[in-house]
Design a protein around this ligand. Structure first.
Ligand code: ARG
Ligand code: ASP
Length: 718
């Protein structure tokens, strides 16, 4: 207990002046840690304007959107802005060949036309507070990580239960600084979030995957949603008679733009960073894991893009899947280049040597932590790689994942406690799931990808890890020929077409369903999952415990070792603030990139033969007539995107970019390629976040799409 308080003291006591701008900061600690620094950099509002639990503050307008993006509320009728790529899944789900909202865009001209989205939610933080002492109550240093985890989850459970969580009132206790600090968070969770508008892809995704992760950028990456609540303005399920949610506060918009050097901040939900892991782990990530993933994903992308270029239906079916695969693929390439270019591994090693020297000199509890950690990393690498193979070659393959989901049906049939009625209901649910799954499924594309994943699985060196059964089958029955095996699976399985599967399911019953486990596709998935569940996952989780323990001790040591500055906690999908300045940069020798782009650049990139670079005649006409309305810059141009030195990561997409007064000037959506290593090693000279200029967003809504009624809902500052 004493130790716990000491540590709290260390963390809270460490709040000296911050000078580095790197980091994603915790809203309720802003006043203590960052406010004076932010003000010195130009901010004109207070920490309380940003985060306050008693009064409306900016935080009331910030939303955790969907499965991992951010959004912001911009009207008193719950109107929400996020990225086009964050709403992409929803836009895609509402799209068909006849209503191709991906290609043509979508605009609800009144509330009745807004489209409901099952499976989409919006979460708004209501409060956060430190609960470290309560969570660590009863913990001693002598405990194993397992014992520690048990007590922590017991304590956290108590704290959470006392607050009576419901589906609409979410309560989390989350670890910060790798388990050195715990923070309690409460949220309202809204389940009625409707699609209001989306620009056509050649605006919202202009430049597509070619320009993705790159600056200079010209992507109009936004989409518009609206949060609905019940008659009491409370979070609820989707219902026709719900009304637009009235937030405690919505963001005001500034059309005044920015200049180089202006203060900005990003308020949102960064997902995951690993700034404090050892050099050896960074080396493993960039030199072993990333190359495998990059290679397999490149193969998947080639298969999809060939098919998409030749067939409009396949383009719609695979656009969201393609974007997902491509996004990671390109990011990791950038990450590897950045880590190398920055000499990050050697620098980390050097820092680790000084750390150990410091530890030996009066901080003995940290003297062996790096050595032990490095040993552990060597031991766990084969399992981490096996896991990576499973995820990339198994889990991320449509038919493997889908066919495996039928395990739940087979298990229900065998479950003595389940009634026939329960089984039949489940069976019906699986029958209707076929509509959703096969809408976006093409057998040729899927088989080609399956072949690549089987090849990858087959090539994995299973030393010490038991091999999936199908790998033996390939060796004994197919002479090692993975393609022949794949073709056999697809020729015999009922999963390869909706018709076959539905026919099968309509004829089956509780007694017969176990036969499905003989289906070669199901069998394949089952083997892949079984290897993971039985042989990889248990070993990995014992490693995870050891890693967590060493990382927690190492992190605590790093905080003490760096006692002259405040280290920001790694991102963990909780609400954070990153701040910096609008700033140009030099990506390489003799090259300087300006800090904003304009519509002129879109006209320069235009190529009518490439889907991602098509420019619609209407946009061209507006450009030619310089008809920018109130959205043009004083320099006479239409700004499209801009960059700043805010430390952001995945999850920050859709986050508001705010100026010194806390007014909305942009929507964050990406980073520069030279800087994607920032998740492992942030460097202000190379790393920029990329934002859509709010003026371009409104120009598209108002002048291009003619949806000015949405702009009228918003509040503008002078
Ligand atoms: N790179 C951005 C982020 O990580 C945008 C991704 C979506 N765009 C795309 N072309 N795939 O999410
Ligand atoms: N594009 C990312 C996102 O979707 C943001 C980033 O990684 O910079 O959250």
């Amino acid at each position: 207990m004493k130790k716990t308080y000491l540590l709290l003291f260390i963390i809270v006591g460490l709040f000296q002046q911050t000078s580095a701008k790197e980091g994603m900061w915790i809203p309720y600690l802003l006043e203590k840690i960052n406010a004076s620094d932010m003000q010195a950099m130009g901010m004109r509002i207070t920490a309380e304007d940003i985060y306050n639990v008693n009064q409306p503050s900016l935080k009331d307008a910030i939303v955790f959107f969907g499965r991992g993006c951010t959004g912001e509320i911009v009207s008193d009728k719950g109107l929400l802005l996020t990225n086009h790529h964050c709403g992409y899944g929803q836009i895609q789900k509402h799209s068909t060949i006849d209503h191709d909202y991906l290609t043509d865009g979508f605009w609800a001209m009144n509330m009745a036309e807004e489209l409901k989205n099952p499976n989409l939610s919006a979460r708004i933080l209501t409060s956060m507070s430190d609960v470290t002492a309560e969570v660590l109550d009863g913990i001693t240093d002598a405990m194993s990580q397992n014992e520690r985890n048990d007590i922590i989850s017991e304590n956290a459970k108590k704290i959470i239960e006392d607050l009576e969580p419901t589906k609409f009132h979410r309560v989390d206790v989350r670890a910060f600084y790798n388990g050195n600090q715990y923070i309690l968070m409460e949220y309202n969770v809204f389940f009625d979030v409707r699609l209001v508008g989306a620009p056509p892809s050649n605006i919202g995704k202009f430049g597509g995957d070619t320009d993705n992760w790159m600056w200079p950028r010209h992507t109009g990456d936004f989409s518009v949603f609206r949060i609905y609540a019940n008659a009491e303005n409370k979070a609820c399920e989707i219902a026709d008679n719900n009304i637009p949610y009235k937030p405690k506060q919505h963001l005001k918009i500034s059309l005044n733009g920015y200049k180089e050097g202006d203060f900005t901040f990003i308020f949102g939900y960064p997902g995951r960073t690993q700034e404090y892991i050892p050099a050896r782990q960074v080396e493993y990530i960039t030199q072993t894991m990333n190359p495998f993933k990059i290679d397999l994903r490149r193969k998947k992308l080639d298969i999809m893009s060939n098919a998409m270029n030749n067939d409009k239906k396949i383009r719609i079916q695979y656009s969201a899947k393609y974007a997902g695969v491509a996004n990671g693929w390109k990011k990791w390439i950038g990450e590897n280049t950045g880590i190398k270019g920055n000499n990050a591994i050697a620098e980390k090693q050097e820092m680790e040597s000084s750390f150990t020297e410091w530890a030996n000199d009066g901080h003995k509890e940290y003297a062996t932590v790096i050595e032990e950690y490095n040993k552990l990393i060597e031991e766990k690498i084969p399992y981490e790689m096996a896991y990576t193979y499973f995820i990339e070659a198994g889990y991320y393959q449509d038919l493997i994942k889908y066919s495996y989901s039928y395990t739940a049906l087979i298990n229900t049939a065998a479950d003595m406690d389940a009634t026939d009625e329960e089984f039949n209901q489940k069976l019906q649910a699986f029958i209707s799931s076929t509509d959703r799954f096969y809408k976006d499924f093409n057998i040729d594309v899927d088989l080609a990808i399956f072949k690549e994943t089987v090849r990858a699985f087959h090539s994995f060196p299973y030393e010490g890890i038991s091999t999936p059964k199908f790998v033996e089958t390939i060796n004994t029955k197919y002479n090692g020929n993975t393609d022949k095996y794949a073709e056999y699976v697809y020729s015999k399985s009922v999963f390869t077409s909706k018709e076959k599967l539905v026919k099968y399911l309509n004829k089956t019953n509780r007694k017969k369903i176990s036969k499905l486990s003989k289906d070669p596709m199901y069998n394949h998935s089952f083997d892949a999952y079984a290897t993971y569940i039985n042989n990889i996952s248990p070993v990995l989780s014992s490693f995870t415990n050891k890693t967590d323990s060493l990382q927690r001790i190492y992190m605590k040591g790093l905080i003490e070792f760096n006692s002259d500055k405040t280290l920001a906690a790694d991102a963990n999908s909780t609400l954070r603030i990153a701040y910096g300045k609008v700033q140009a940069f030099n990506p390489r020798d003799a090259v300087k990139y300006n800090y904003f782009t304009t519509l002129k650049g879109i006209m320069q990139k235009e190529d009518p033969d490439i889907y991602d670079y098509v420019v619609m005649p209407k946009l061209k006409a507006l450009y030619n007539e310089r008809d920018f309305g109130k959205y043009g810059d004083t320099d006479g141009s239409m700004h499209v995107c801009f960059i700043a030195s805010n430390h952001t990561t995945g999850g920050n997409s859709g986050s508001p970019a705010l100026n010194a007064n806390g007014d909305l000037i942009g929507i964050n959506f990406d980073r520069n390629w030279e800087g994607t290593m920032s998740d492992l090693n942030y460097d202000i000279s190379r790393c920029r976040n990329i934002m859509l200029d709010i003026r371009y967003c409104l120009f598209i809504i108002d002048k291009y799409a003619g949806a000015g009624h949405l702009v009228e809902e918003m509040t503008f500052v002078e």
